[in-house]
Each structure stands twice: as C-alpha cells, then as structure tokens.
Design a protein around this ligand. Sequence first.
Ligand SMILES: Nc1ncnc2c1ncn2[C@@H]1O[C@H](COP(=O)(O)OP(=O)(O)OP(=O)(O)O)[C@@H](O)[C@H]1O
Length: 169
Amino acid sequence: MIGITGTPGTGKTSVAVELERRGHRVVHLKDTVQPYIIEEDCDRQTMVVDVDRWVDEFEPFDGIIEGHLAHLLPCDRVVVLRCRPDILAERLAPRDYPQEKVAENAEAEALDVILIETLEEHPDDQILEVDTTYLSVHECADRIEQFIRGEVPPSYGSIDWTDYLEIGR
Ligand SMILES: Nc1ncnc2c1ncn2[C@@H]1O[C@H](COP(=O)(O)OP(=O)(O)OP(=O)(O)O)[C@@H](O)[C@H]1O
C-alpha cells in the first residue's frame, strides 16, 4: 500500500486522480472517514475524525491511499507532497476558506508538519518527498510511478521553507 499525504492544497487529489486514470487502484481518504466523524468544526470548516479508530479499523490493500492522514496508516511506502507556502496559499485561494485556515495550512507546510509526522511513523527508506511547486500534475504522477517501480530512490529533507512562516498572517 502506497500512501500519498501532504498539507491540503499540495495536490494529493489531483495526482491521485491522474494515477487512477493510469490504471492504479486508488482509495480517497475522504471516502473512508465518514463513519468516524465525531463532529463538525464550523469555524475551521473541517470535520473532526476519530483518527485512532479509523487507523485501527483500516484494512490495508494493494494500491494507493490518498489523503492528509494517509501517513498514519501502515503503508509500505509514503509519498509526501510539498508545495512552497506562498504558492500553496494561491492554490487554496479559490476554496473560499477563512484567511486563518489558509494561513494555518501555509504555516504547517513551512514547518514540515506532515513530513515530521511521516518520519515518526515510517522508516527513512520508505519515504519520498516530492516538491510539487514547479511540477505539473503529470510530472508528479510520473515521479510517483517511478518511486513505485523502484526507479526513484526514497529521499526527503532538502526543503527549507522557514522564510515563508508568515505567509497569510
Ligand atoms: N502539481 C500542481 N501544479 C499546479 N497546481 C496544482 C498541482 N496539483 C494540484 N494543483 C491545484 O491545486 C489545488 C489543490 O489541489 P488538490 O485539491 O489536488 O490538493 P489536495 O492536496 O488534494 O487538497 P485536500 O487535502 O484539501 O484535498 C487545485 O486547484 C489543483 O488544481
């Protein structure tokens, strides 16, 4: 099972749809969490999920799981999509999120939050970080397919976006 994770707006859904089009079996996290929703957080326009129970009850499969919690699952390998925080804020702009939520996501991206969480769950040699800032969805899908085939080695840690901590504030 390959996980595709990342901060909202990094392009997980877009690349997963492309990989699905190329014949991969893809499961979208948002289609699996419905039974685990505890409450709706209206201020943050988000659902609160019982993550522990969702992880416990998730049945691994041979394919790709896409979503911002995918790295918490027992994946064999994990792709962490990244996007430079200022560009991430631009990608999130059409969503009509409160400014606070855009800034929160940009800050999480600047602080490598999802990568750090991924490193807490998975060994180094199972992780590929992909900077999508200047890659098309097709190019991201190519990179992930190469990683799945073993043609691109695991790697992470070359990104430093601490200069972008104040984006959206
Ligand atoms: N590689 C890319 N280059 C440029 N724009 C992209 C790229 N990937 C996605 N986008 C655009 O960024 C926006 C967010 O993409 P997408 O919904 O796929 O992100 P996501 O990580 O799945 O977000 P969420 O976690 O909220 O579902 C969309 O408008 C999409 O068209």
